[in-house]
Design a protein around this ligand. Structure first.
Ligand SMILES: [Zn+2]
Length: 451
């Protein structure tokens, strides 16, 4: 059993926003998101009547909607992993600096952190800084690695995807061994930044930034898996990358087992008391003060998703669950270390019993909360402020002003008079499970939800 966010106490994200400002921001967001809501609405969560309460509606969850891995092309296509890998080999062998078709862009990672930069775009985001990934050309990558301990070869690059319109194939490379690169990149105002920090710093209405976050999440998950699967689990021999780094194979001729990237499914559920119009929220002692969230847990072998929802809810809160309804899912490449990528599968779980019996080894507390109380725990202005604070910190990290970036990986909301508790930010599926229930519209006795 674990919770979606592993957070520790940290300094407040900012002072409380006046209630009037909160309302005006909320209305603006409603109109901004109205179109995307209509486009993405789907049964059974389509929203036939628009709720007057604030909710943040996304085209996809953070880390989903990766724009460069829509479909894997057939091997004859120049953008396919096989063809791109051949082109890469040729380029590396010939040491050419001539432009190639397709062109290559490489994203360096160090200890799970992608290279990132930050710009202030006065026209685009009101002068606020926004981060971007530090893509290098193959030539730049070669130049950076020339005097380092890392060899640039076809086995060190991992295929991420392509954009046909730009004629570009994207790769990731792990440069954790090359310590000197930190200062070299730093001189150019690029820095290796925690993915969790970038996640909090991402403006969720900025589709391009959300796309970059998804690319970085995919790359981090793949590289983490490569690091943790260096040896065959059957015979102990070394594994070697195959298919442009998208799978691996045992190097032992007698074994030759194939190894595929690891994904760990996790159920996350909002337990609902339909009769009394309440939802069960819980907190763990390591959460920041006043933060409450959904129950969640790993799926056990031989178990269906619905069974996992019922078992976890019973084990953690002593509540019996009847109907289980799927909501949406989210890749989560920023979970516990040693787990390259979780898939958070979100559900509404309808309670059959209401008496709470908290497992104190797993949870600090679990309580039923009314819909009105849950709505108050979604302080939009504070989420926005936390995002901007994180974006400012990434900007400072990249410009060498701020050190100790681990601190900024934390997400904290200082909601003051606005809320006595709060829900995780819009980067987490827990936020959308909870807010879509809180903002659901009842039409002729039937519930509909916005995503
Ligand atoms: Zn083997």
């Amino acid at each position: 059993m674990f919770f979606l966010l592993s957070l520790s106490s940290t300094s407040a994200a900012g002072a409380a926003i006046a209630a009037s400002n909160f309302i005006s921001l909320s209305k603006k967001t409603l109109s901004l998101h109205y179109l995307s809501l209509i486009k993405t609405a789907r049964k059974p969560y389509s929203c036939s009547q628009f709720s007057t309460t604030m909710s943040i509606n996304l085209n996809s969850h953070a880390f989903a909607g990766n724009p460069i891995r829509l479909n894997t092309p057939k091997s004859s296509d120049p953008f396919s992993p096989t063809s791109a890998f051949q082109t890469l080999k040729t380029l590396l062998l010939s040491h050419t600096h001539e432009p190639s078709s397709p062109d290559f862009k490489v994203l360096p990672f160090r200890k799970g952190r992608p290279l990132a930069g930050s710009v202030c775009d006065a026209s685009g985001s009101g002068g606020k800084p926004s981060w971007h990934l530090g893509w290098l050309s193959l030539g730049e990558c070669r130049a950076f690695l020339e005097n380092s301990e890392v060899n640039l070869n076809e086995d060190s690059l991992v295929y991420l995807g392509f954009t046909a319109e730009d004629d570009v194939v994207y790769w990731a490379i792990d440069v954790s061994e090359a310590t000197g690169l930190v200062s070299e990149f730093g001189a150019r105002q690029f820095c290796f930044v925690e993915l969790r920090t970038l996640m909090v710093a991402t403006d969720w209405i900025d589709a391009k930034a959300m796309g970059e976050l998804a690319v970085a999440g995919h790359a981090r998950a793949l590289l983490e898996w490569h690091t943790s699967s260096r040896f065959c689990g059957y015979c102990g021999a070394k594994t070697v990358p195959m298919d442009a780094g998208r799978r691996k194979s045992c190097s032992n001729e007698l074994c030759k087992r194939r190894v595929y990237p690891r994904v760990d499914p996790v159920v996350i559920m909002l337990v609902i008391d339909k009769e009394n119009d309440r939802a069960l929220l819980s907190r763990q002692s390591r959460f920041v003060p006043r933060m409450w969230s959904c129950l969640a847990g790993f799926i056990e072998p031989g178990e269906s998703l619905e069974e996992a929802v019922r078992r976890e809810t019973w084990e953690e809160a002593g509540i019996e669950v009847g109907e289980v309804v799927y909501h949406s899912s989210q890749p989560w490449p920023v979970g516990p270390s040693g787990i390259p990528c979780q898939l958070m599968v979100g559900f509404f779980a309808y309670a059959k019993s209401l008496e709470i019996n908290v497992d104190k080894e797993e949870l600090e507390d679990a309580k039923w909360h009314s819909r009105e109380d849950v709505k108050k725990a979604l302080p939009f202005a504070e989420y926005k402020k936390a995002q901007r604070t994180a974006a400012d910190r990434v900007d400072q990290i990249c410009k060498g002003v701020e050190k100790g970036q681990n601190l900024s990986a934390d997400f904290s909301v200082e909601s003051g008079e606005l809320a006595s508790m709060f829900i995780p930010g819009p980067f987490a599926i827990a936020h959308h499970l909870i807010s879509s229930w809180a903002n659901q519209v009842v039409v002729n006795g039937a519930e509909t939800h916005s995503f």
